[in-house]
Design a protein around this ligand. Structure first.
Ligand SMILES: [Zn+2]
Length: 396
């Protein structure tokens, strides 16, 4: 890694990936509520089940911020803990096609990470740092260089397809705040509830009620809180519940012949029952670049496709690393997901009409905090990966 953090003694400034962070005056807890589009919060507020979070919003302690692209879990969690976009840290999803080997490989461990984490930098400077994640797939990335506690609820025996997984993350955060009062805590939940239940449903409201109680407790214990999301979540199905899917590999094989293109879906992971490996973002590798411009033109016209960009344009617009996104980047629209071929997606594993994310429609997410925001630079549009910067530098 090149951008080594330059830590100072407690009370000083910690520099990470060319951004400066002040030493926390009170414990800071950054919470990533996976898949929490603002409609989940709005419904929970309206139902009266999340009085604490609602009180923050009522006091104006909230912002609308943008997630990093693609709007997937790992790229955004890593963006939040590094304070920089995927162009800088290198994590664009769960999978990418390695141009050196031509193979699709998982990028769920720290060897793919190109930036330091804020957590690691503070821990190396002597801070007591805690990171708790829901799924184990994120733990290895969050643990990079971290000398504090880093555990996953999955590893601690919680069922993956459950609200419990996320509730456990918050419970542990509260427990550790009581017992060891960490300087910095990062809590990251799973989006099982949001993939499975729409905003305002009894299950979603119950979940946000539990979350609200734990966050209120962290506040009572004296923590500064910044609560945001890695991405939003939308129904990707017709009114009759049928998933709206563009099978991109099938389409490209018909147009250009089998073997001329490879579609990679970076959402693909071992936890397919959430989403059947269907998200609103995909990348295309072309064997021969002479077809690229006609491919872009034709894919752009497919119903359900939102944006199609050649590599350089995608890097410029979405802050992506050129060597991990293929030749063409494709986003589906708010109601559509991208698949490869029907045979590669087991929709029978889905427990409810498909809800997913990955595109621009899931980019806008809420951010709430428990103190007024002030200082310089607060007039610009923030990103979810400004969470630590806001928590350490901007909250009064
Ligand atoms: Zn997520």
């Amino acid at each position: 890694m090149t951008n080594r953090a330059v830590g100072e003694s407690p009370g000083g400034i910690v520099r990470v990936n060319d951004r400066e962070y002040r030493w926390p005056r009170r414990p800071l807890v950054v919470v990533c509520l996976d898949g929490s589009s603002s409609d989940y919060l709005a419904e929970a507020f309206a139902a009266g089940v999340a009085p604490y979070l609602r009180s923050l919003a009522t006091r104006g302690f909230s912002l609308t911020v943008d997630a990093a692209m693609p709007t997937f879990t790992n790229p955004n969690n890593v963006s939040i803990v590094t304070g920089v976009p995927p162009a800088r840290h290198g994590i664009t999803g769960n999978f990418f096609l390695d141009p050196r080997t031509g193979r699709a490989v998982m990028m769920n461990d720290a060897s793919f990470l190109r930036a330091d984490t804020i957590l690691a930098a503070f821990s190396q400077s002597g801070a007591n740092v805690v990171a708790i994640t829901a799924k184990d797939k994120l733990r290895l990335l969050l643990a990079a260089g971290l000398t504090g506690v880093c555990v996953s609820a999955e590893n601690e025996g919680q069922p993956v397809y459950s609200a419990r997984l996320s509730e456990h993350v918050l419970e542990r955060g509260v427990e550790l705040m009581r017992s060891s009062r960490p300087d910095l805590t990062y809590l990251s939940t799973s989006d099982y509830v949001q993939h499975t239940y729409p905003p305002g449903s009894p299950e979603a409201n119950r979940f946000y009620g539990v979350v609200d109680g734990h966050l209120a407790e962290l506040d009572r214990l004296g923590a500064t809180l910044v609560v945001t999301a890695d991405h939003g979540m939308r129904a990707k199905a017709d009114e009759d519940g049928r998933a709206r899917i563009v099978f991109l590999q099938t389409v490209l094989d018909e147009w250009f012949g089998a073997g001329t293109t490879t579609v990679i879906l970076p959402i693909t992971d071992p936890y397919v029952a959430h989403h059947g490996s269907l998200g609103s973002f995909g990348t295309i590798h072309v064997r021969s670049t002479h077809i690229t411009s006609s491919l872009i033109e034709r894919v752009s016209e497919v119903p359900g496709i939102d944006v199609v960009l050649e590599r350089e344009a995608a890097c410029a617009r979405f802050d992506l690393p050129a060597d991990r996104i293929g030749d063409v980047v494709v986003c589906a629209d708010a109601r559509t997901v991208i698949g490869t071929r029907p045979s590669e997606h087991d929709l029978s594993a889905l427990r409810a009409p498909l809800r997913s994310h990955g595109g621009l429609a899931e980019r806008e997410v809420p951010m709430l905090f428990n103190a007024p925001i002030g200082g310089t630079g607060t007039e610009r549009r923030f990103r979810n990966y400004d969470a630590f910067w806001i928590g350490l530098n901007a909250l009064g």
